[in-house]
Design a protein around this ligand. Structure first.
Ligand SMILES: Cc1cc2nc3c(=O)[nH]c(=O)nc-3n(C[C@H](O)[C@H](O)[C@H](O)COP(=O)(O)OP(=O)(O)OC[C@H]3O[C@@H](n4cnc5c(N)ncnc54)[C@H](O)[C@@H]3O)c2cc1C
Length: 383
C-alpha cells in the first residue's frame, strides 16, 4: 500500500500553492492527487485572471496585498500586469460605500487607490457612457495575472522541491479512525496518510462529507463572453466593473482587439454544469448596449467563450484551516477569488499544518466553525 506524509486533493492553483509552500518549509513527501489527465481543468483554467485589493473586509484586503507583493517579486513570470481596477456606480449610497472602503483600504496600507468622479472615469475608459455615473474608485496596483501560469509556477517549484503529482487519480473518500485521518480511497487504491488538505474547489463538499464534515461550499456557474472588435480597443483599459449590476469587462491579454465581458446571472442556480449557455450572449450584450457602445459593436469569438464554477460559501469568504477531524484541512470556498489569493492561501495552510497557526496573517476568522457559531463575514464587493 502506498503512503504519503501530506496528501493534497486537487491540483488547481490552490493545491499547487499549498504544495509549493509546504515544500519550501522542507516537507518533501507531499502528494497531489488530481482526477483529470492534467491540471487546470477545474475553475483555475476558467478564471478571468483579475487581482484587486478593492474589497471591504480586512482579511480580503490583506490577502490581496500579500498576494500582489508575492506576484510582483516572485521569480516566476505569472503575467502580473497592474492595469488597474475601476469600480463605478450610478447610486449615491454605493458611492458612499466606495468612499468608505477606499479610506479603509488606505488604512490597511493599500497605495495607488483613489476616488474618481465621472469625468475622470470617462478619461480612464474612453467610450464608456458616463451620463448617469456618480463616481467610482480606481486601484492602480490592481490588475491581471495569468491563472494557468500561477498554477504552473507553483507546481514546477513544488516538484523541484520533491513534491509529487498523480493524475487520473480520483479521491472517493477519506478514511478516519479515532477522530483522525488514516487514509484516502482512490480509483487506484488506498493511500495511507495522516494529513489531508482538501483543495477540490467547487467539488470539495462531497469529499469532506466522507470524513463526516459539513463544508458549506456550493458550485455556481459563471460565464464569460469573449469578443473581437473591428477597431483597436481604447488603450490601457483596466478591469471595469459596475458595482450595481456586477457587469464587468477587461481586455484580453496580448490582444489589442479582444475583450472579455460578463456579469453574475441571477437566474443561475447552484449546479455543477459547466456548459456555456448560448443565451447568455444576448443577456450580456444587452447589458453592454447602454453602457459600453464599443463593446456592443464587437463580434463574439464563440470558441473562446467559457463557463466555469464559482465555489461559493454563505458569506463569500474562503474556508481555511482544520476541523474536529485530526489531520484534515481545507482551502476552499474562495467565491471567485481563489487565483488572486492563492499565494496567501498557500502560506496560510503550510503554517497552520506545520505550526498550528498562521503567523504572517491572522486568518482565524476564516475558520469552518464560523458558520455554526454565527460569525459570518460581510463583503459588499463580491462580484
Ligand atoms: C468564470 C470565472 C472567472 C473567475 N475569475 C477570477 C478572477 O478574476 N480572479 C480570481 O482570483 N479568481 C477567479 N475565479 C475563481 C477561481 O477560478 C477559483 O477561485 C480558483 O481557481 C480555485 O482554485 P482551486 O485550486 O481551489 O480549484 P480548481 O481550479 O477547481 O481545482 C480543483 C481541482 O480538484 C480536482 N478534483 C476535484 N475533485 C477531486 C477528487 N475527488 N479527486 C481528485 N481531484 C479532484 C479538480 O479536477 C480540479 O483540478 C473565477 C472563476 C470563474 C469560474
Amino acid at each position: 500500500m502506498k503512503n504519503a506524509e501530506i496528501i493534497i486533493i486537487g491540483g488547481g492553483v490552490v493545491g499547487a500553492s499549498i504544495a509549493y509552500h509546504l515544500t519550501e518549509k522542507d516537507v518533501k513527501d507531499v502528494l497531489i492527487l488530481e482526477r483529470e489527465t492534467r491540471q487546470g481543468e477545474g475553475s483555475t483554467g476558467k478564471a478571468t485572471g483579475g487581482i484587486r485589493t478593492q474589497f471591504e473586509t480586512e482579511i480580503n484586503i490583506k490577502m490581496s496585498l500579500y498576494s500582489i507583493d508575492f506576484f510582483k517579486n516572485w521569480g516566476f513570470d505569472c503575467g502580473y500586469e497592474p492595469r488597474g481596477y475601476l469600480f463605478f456606480t450610478t447610486d449615491e449610497k454605493q458611492f458612499d460605500y466606495l468612499k468608505r472602503n477606499v479610506e479603509r483600504q488606505k488604512s490597511f496600507g493599500v497605495k495607488d487607490i483613489e476616488i474618481v468622479d465621472a469625468k475622470t472615469i470617462s478619461e480612464i475608459v474612453e467610450g464608456l457612457n458616463c451620463e448617469d455615473i456618480v463616481g467610482g474608485s480606481f486601484g492602480g496596483r490592481d490588475g491581471f495575472i495569468n491563472p494557468l501560469s500561477v498554477m504552473e509556477g507553483f507546481t514546477k517549484k513544488a516538484l523541484e522541491n520533491g513534491a509529487r503529482v498523480e493524475f487520473e487519480t480520483q479521491v472517493f473518500s477519506i478514511k478516519t479512525k479515532g477522530g483522525k485521518v488514516k487514509s484516502v480511497e482512490t480509483n487506484r487504491g488506498k493511500i495511507e496518510c495522516e494529513t489531508v488538505v482538501i483543495c477540490a474547489g467547487a467539488w470539495a463538499r462531497e469529499i469532506a462529507k466522507t470524513a463526516g464534515v459539513n463544508l458549506p461550499v456550493e458550485p455556481l456557474k459563471r460565464q464569460i463572453v469573449w469578443a473581437k472588435s473591428a477597431a483597436d480597443l481604447p488603450e490601457n483599459l483596466p478591469m471595469v466593473i459596475d458595482l450595481g449590476s456586477g457587469f464587468h469587462f477587461r481586455p484580453a491579454k496580448d490582444f489589442k482587439r479582444e475583450i472579455l465581458f460578463a456579469y453574475p446571472d441571477k437566474d443561475e442556480k447552484p449546479s455543477f454544469d459547466t456548459n456555456f449557455d448560448e443565451s447568455f450572449i444576448a443577456k450580456v450584450y444587452e447589458k453592454a448596449k447602454h453602457r459600453v457602445p464599443f463593446l456592443y459593436e464587437t463580434e463574439v469569438v464563440r470558441e473562446k467563450c467559457r463557463a466555469g464554477l464559482y465555489e461559493n460559501t454563505p458569506d463569500h469568504h474562503a474556508i481555511l484551516g482544520g476541523c474536529n477531524v485530526g489531520g484534515l484541512y481545507f482551502a476552499n470556498g474562495f467565491s471567485g477569488h481563489g487565483v488572486m489569493h492563492s499565494p496567501a492561501t498557500g502560506r496560510t495552510l503550510a503554517e497552520i499544518i506545520l505550526d498550528g497557526k498562521a503567523s504572517f496573517l491572522d486568518v482565524s476568522m476564516l475558520d469552518l466553525a464560523r458558520f455554526k457559531e454565527n460569525r459570518l463575514l460581510h463583503e459588499t464587493a463580491f462580484i
